[in-house]
Design a protein around this ligand. Structure first.
Ligand code: ATP
Length: 357
């Protein structure tokens, strides 16, 4: 539906030129909850602003339903944006805010009233329709901003970090709420966040970005289980990186020798030539074991209790750095470990993902 082809954006000129986006290509499908995820400054907002029409690409094209958007001003695009700041009109009531875009479009009064009622019901704000927006909470303001953006029924809704001003609990609630809204309206959502957990929870697909480039596009599980490179593995979730030597490869499975001398199997994609690689291991895919049973050994330096889980930090004998494991705090969780204990680390039958350096 939205076809972004080889889009580059350069700000400034000459020696001050800065390439905010570098040949970005991505296709966003109709009815999709699509997330642009990446660290601050990677170009997410710039890409969103180009879909909205607030910026034009330096090179490349953006098509919407097959139409080239070049030269089309924002108000002629079937696209609406929800900003982090909500940008509500403080002197208007909730209902007037929601109807604002429709009034600008010159829609008939009774149609506006009906749409406003429908949108307020959708975001569960019917009771507060006549309140001034200065007299409602942050979470409620967020709902009004959403209702206002949805009211003209855009084909695409762009959301730029819309939940970042909310506290943790409200944010969790609004994540589910946004997902529900997207399901119920069938509108394509393009969502920008730097919060990987938020992206994994909400998205149909995610594009992971860094330094103006897309590093990987996939469904949340693909991105988490099969990170394409070290940046993605590091940015999404917690990851342990181990140096290893790839000795053999059959299909998607590689045999690796760890610095401890032990051999393990891991998932591999792409280049299968023997040599030095990095093994990426998720904390929940490893467990503590007696030292003689571990593929790795070390000393526990930290035991961190976090309610549902306990995190164990192990200083490895064989290489520099910590290995972090996570164990669910169940009543039958086995013996407690303490700082200073000598431990082994048992890896899964598939130890992790092989990354090329
Ligand atoms: P954040 O999460 O912090 O909003 P982002 O990933 O959305 O970050 P962008 O706002 O897209 O990042 O900015 C990408 C890069 O382009 C940044 O380094 C930023 O400083 C730069 N940039 C953005 N707009 C301009 C501009 N108008 N002029 C010059 N540089 C700009």
């Amino acid at each position: 539906m939205i076809d972004i082809r080889e889009v580059t954006k350069v700000f400034g000129a000459g020696s001050d030129a800065f390439r905010a986006l570098d040949r970005v290509s991505v296709t966003i499908r109709q009815n999709e909850f699509f997330t642009l995820l990446g660290p601050s400054g990677c170009g997410k907002t710039t890409l969103l602003r180009m879909i909205a029409g607030f910026e034009g690409p330096t090179e490349g094209t953006i098509l919407l339903d097959g139409d080239d958007l070049a030269g089309k001003p924002p108000y002629e695009r079937p696209v609406n944006t929800v900003f982090q700041s909500y940008a509500l009109f403080p002197h208007m009531s909730v209902a007037e805010n929601v109807g604002f875009g429709l009034r600008m479009l010159g829609r008939p009064k009774d149609e506006i009233a009906a749409t406003v009622r429908e949108m307020l019901a959708l975001v569960r704000m019917s009771e507060l329709a006549e309140r001034q927006t200065a007299q409602i909470s942050g979470g409620q303001q967020q709902r009004v901003a959403l209702a206002r953006a949805l009211a003209p029924r855009p084909k695409v809704l762009l959301l730029d970090e819309p939940l970042s001003a909310l506290d943790f609990k409200l944010r969790k609630e609004m994540q589910l709420e946004l997902k529900r809204l997207q399901n119920e309206t069938g509108i394509t959502f393009v969502f920008v966040t730097h919060d990987q957990e938020e992206a994994l929870t909400m998205s149909d697909r995610i594009a992971v970005m860094n330094a103006g480039r897309i590093r990987q596009i996939g469904v949340p599980r693909e991105i988490y289980d099969h990170p394409a490179d070290r940046f993605v593995a590091d940015f999404i979730g917690d990851t342990n990186f181990l140096s290893a030597e790839l000795t053999a490869r059959t299909g998607d499975t590689a045999t690796l020798r760890l610095p401890s001398g032990r051999t393990v199997e891991a998932r591999a994609q792409g280049d299968g030539t023997p040599g030095k690689v990095t093994l990426a291991v998720r904390p929940e895919h490893a467990e503590l074991a007696p030292p003689e049973e571990g593929a790795l050994t070390g000393t526990l330096t930290e035991v961190v209790y976090s309610g549902t889980d306990t995190h164990y930090h192990v200083a490895l004998d064989q290489e520099a750095g910590l290995f972090v494991l996570r164990r669910q705090n169940r009543p039958d969780a086995g013996p407690a470990h303490q700082r200073g204990d000598r431990v082994g680390i048992r890896l899964g039958a598939v130890a992790g993902q092989v990354l090329r350096d």
